[in-house]
Design a protein around this ligand. Structure first.
Ligand code: BTN
Length: 251
C-alpha cells in the first residue's frame, strides 16, 4: 500500500494576529485543544502579559515594540533540533539583510555584542503515551521573541538585553520582519538543512570558555563541539567531558 505523504508545511498559513494574549505559546496550545490547526500556523501577538522565557523565567513583552510569535509544527519534522530553526534563520536575517553582527549563544539565545536581542522557547504537545512508554508528540510550539523598537528595556534586563532600534538607531517594521523570518525558516525547512552543522558558523562559542546554566547552577568549561542532536559538549577544567542537554531545544 502506498504510504500517505504529509501535507507540505506552509509557515504562516494561517497567520493569526491578536492584540493581547498572556503568551502566544500558551494561547496556541489552548486553541489546539479546541480545533485542528494545520502545521505551519503562526500566532502573533502585539503584546504578551505573561510572556514566557526558558527555565521558567519571564519574557518581557508587554509592549507592541517587539516581535512575539509562535509557530505550530506537526510531525514528521524535517529538521532538528527545532529551536535551531528560528535561531539560525534570525541570525542570517540580521547579518545579511540588516548588517547586524548577531550570533548565537548555545542553545538559542540571539545576541549582539553580548546583549540578548531574542530568544526561543520550544514546547511539545503530547498526543498520549504509547504502550512502549514513549510519549508520542502531536505537535510542537516554537515561540520566538525579538526585541525590535524598544528605546529602553525593563529594569531587570536593562543591562543584559538590547533591541534592533538600540543597535541600528532606526525603527523596523515587525510585520516585514516576521514575513522575512518565516520565509528564511521555510527555506531551511524545505531544504532539510542539517541545523547542527549550520550552527557553529552562527556562533562564536566553540573553542571558547563558556558558562552554561544547568538547572539552578552554572557549569564552566570549554565549548568543544555539538553532538548530532545539538547538545553541547563541554571540556571541564579537570579534563573530563560533559554533554549538556537543553530542555528548550526539543524536536
Ligand atoms: C528565552 O528565554 O530566551 C526564550 C524567550 C521566548 C519568548 C517568546 S515570545 C513568543 C513566545 N511566547 C512566549 O510566551 N514565549 C515565546
Amino acid at each position: 500500500m502506498a504510504r500517505e505523504e504529509p501535507e507540505p508545511t506552509c509557515f504562516g498559513q494561517p497567520l493569526l494576529v491578536r492584540a493581547d494574549v498572556d503568551s502566544t505559546n500558551l494561547d496556541l496550545a489552548r486553541r489546539l485543544r479546541e480545533q485542528r490547526l494545520p502545521s505551519g500556523t503562526v500566532l502573533r501577538a502585539l503584546r504578551q502579559t505573561h510572556g514566557r522565557g526558558t527555565a521558567g523565567r519571564p519574557w518581557y513583552s508587554d509592549s507592541e515594540l517587539g516581535l512575539w510569535f509562535s509557530l505550530l509544527l506537526r510531525p514528521p519534522l524535517r529538521v532538528r533540533p527545532l529551536s535551531f530553526l528560528p535561531a539560525i534563520a534570525a541570525v542570517d536575517l540580521l547579518r545579511d539583510d540588516l548588517a547586524v553582527p548577531a550570533h548565537l549563544k548555545w542553545p538559542n539565545d540571539i545576541l549582539v555584542e553580548e546583549r540578548k536581542l531574542g530568544g526561543i522557547l520550544v514546547e511539545s504537545i503530547p498526543a498520549g503515551v504509547r504502550s512502549s512508554g514513549d510519549a508520542a508528540r502531536e505537535a510542537w510550539i516554537v515561540g520566538v521573541g525579538l526585541n525590535v523598537d524598544q528605546m529602553t528595556l525593563p529594569e531587570p534586563i536593562a543591562a543584559t538585553a538590547t533591541s534592533l532600534r538600540l543597535i541600528t538607531g532606526r525603527t523596523h517594521d515587525c510585520d516585514a520582519l516576521l514575513r522575512v523570518l518565516l520565509q528564511r525558516m521555510q527555506r531551511l525547512w524545505d531544504a532539510g538543512i542539517d541545523l547542527v552543522q549550520a550552527w557553529p558558523a552562527r556562533s562564536q562559542q566553540l573553542g571558547r570558555q563558556v558558562d552554561v546554566r544547568i538547572g539552578s547552577g552554572l557549569v564552566a568549561g570549554t565549548a568543544e563541539s555539538l553532538t548530532s542532536e545539538g547538545h553541547l559538549v563541554l571540556r571541564l577544567p579537570d579534563g573530563r567531558r560533559q554533554t549538556v542537554i537543553s530542555p528548550s531545544q526539543l524536536g
